[in-house]
Write a protein that binds this ligand. Structure first.
Ligand code: NDP
Ligand code: 8X3
Length: 253
């Protein structure tokens, strides 16, 4: 039985990935800060799919918490085959001259430093076992930049660069690295970005069909289940109505 560690499984893309991997017989470690939500996800996966699930609530920004939670995993969960670095967020949409420093810190600390902290704890085991698969959730914002997206786009460009760097550093050890770059997907992402303003969040997806978290989860599952000699290195997934970061065709416009 293979084991996958999914960061940020309390909602959205991570939650949908937990579901598809559980349904297909994987052992799961799921993480997130909201313990109640996380435990609920774990209970559902156990009940629906009889999955073996370890739920670990911690903040990826806190290196000590990351180490405490992930460095001494119990025996059946110890050998991680797939690391899905998904936890991430955007906070605010401001031009750089009026940007909120705390928003910037939250994005950089979560999307870049948090991803690195988790990777640093998990990857030595993959190197020891000479195999594994790291799947990093970047974004279309890791390929393009859009107005008032400055720091979020910078963090996702960093994720894409880290995927390339990981691939170079780990190729000798038989470790695959896949970079996933979705466009607009309806999750809690925009509610978080607009700090709970549901109207602003809803407007992001108005007039077209955005990606659903399950669309991305199915693609990730496909990438994770290719034969061992094959690595899907970069996958960009867009809603049909989106051609690039700044162009979305909306009905009624
Ligand atoms: P959601 O807000 O629905 O999910 C984000 C997940 O990340 C949650 O489970 C959240 O859990 C977790 N998370 C956030 N901050 C932390 C933290 N400090 N420590 C631990 N976990 C954390 O959004 P998405 O599912 O859309 O986002 C998942 C990834 O996909 C992100 O990296 C995002 O940048 C990326 N992405 C999203 C796109 C979209 O349009 N939605 C498009 C392209 C990429 P909790 O709050 O419980 O900690
Ligand atoms: C999330 C998609 O376009 O809001 O990464 O940056 S976008």
């Amino acid at each position: 039985m293979k084991t996958i560690l999914i960061t940020g499984a309390t909602s959205g893309i991570g939650r949908a990935c937990a579901e598809i991997f559980a349904r297909n017989g994987y052992r799961l470690i799921i993480t997130g800060r909201r313990k109640e939500k996380l435990d609920l996800v774990a209970t559902e996966l156990k009940e629906h799919y009889q999955a073996e699930v370890l739920a670990l609530a911690f903040d990826v920004r806190n290196q000590k918490e990351v180490e405490e939670n992930l460095s001494e995993l119990p025996a059946p969960f110890k050998d991680i085959d797939i690391l899905l670095n998904n936890a991430g967020l955007a906070v605010g949409r401001d031009p750089v001259d009026t940007g909120v420093i705390d928003d910037w810190e939250r994005m950089i600390d979560t999307n870049v430093k948090g991803l690195l902290y988790v990777t640093r704890v998990i990857v030595p085991g993959m190197v020891e076992r000479q195999g594994g698969h790291i799947i990093n959730i970047s974004s279309l914002a890791g390929q393009e930049v859009y107005p008032q997206g400055n720091v979020y786009c910078a963090t996702k460009h960093a994720v894409t660069a880290l995927s390339k760097g990981m691939r170079q550093d780990l190729v000798d050890h038989g470790i695959r690295v896949t970079n996933i770059s979705p466009g607009l997907a309806e999750t809690e992402f925009s509610i978080v970005r607009f700090k709970g303003d549901e109207q602003k969040a809803e407007a992001v997806y108005r007039g077209f069909e955005p990606l659903h978290p399950e669309d991305i989860a199915e693609t990730i599952f496909f990438a994770a289940t290719r034969p061992p000699h094959m690595n899907l290195e970069e996958i960009t997934i867009l809603p049909t109505a989106q051609s690039d970061s700044r162009t979305v065709v909306r009905k009624g416009k």
